[in-house]
Design a protein around this ligand. Structure first.
Ligand SMILES: [Cu+2]
Length: 118
């Protein structure tokens, strides 16, 4: 296939971008949580400071999600059987509560504790 100079440049750019995204993703430590009716497992996780990837698998029948008190980033909902990830940058040590943002789920017990190490 013949490509004009401009489009070859774009293809190269796309490759470089894909490679950078890959490196970026590998740097974040990943933590896995499962969601069900109506709890998270584990309900307490310890993460290091810095970039952390939290992957949530919905093992329930309802929609579930993940939100962290005091943070804007969240996963609004995850379909049953699916996994979604959230990358968060924790810049200081401390504790935070994570919960399911689906209406009523937090009150039914879908919350847990996230401890950020020093
Ligand atoms: Cu839920």
């Amino acid at each position: 296939m013949l490509l004009r100079k401009g489009s070859r440049c774009l293809v190269l750019f796309a490759y470089v971008m894909a490679a950078s995204v890959e490196v970026f993703a590998q740097q974040a430590k990943e933590f896995r949580i499962t969601a069900n009716e109506f709890s998270f497992k584990p309900s307490s996780i310890q993460v290091p400071r810095g970039e952390v990837k939290i992957s949530v698998t919905n093992r329930g029948k309802f929609l579930h999600g993940l939100a962290i008190v005091g943070r804007d980033e969240k996963i609004g909902y995850i379909e049953s059987g699916e996994t979604e990830s959230l990358t968060v940058n924790f810049d200081k040590a401390g504790e935070a509560i994570f919960y399911c943002p689906q209406p009523g789920h937090r009150n039914k017990g879908m919350e847990g504790k996230l401890t950020v190490g020093r």
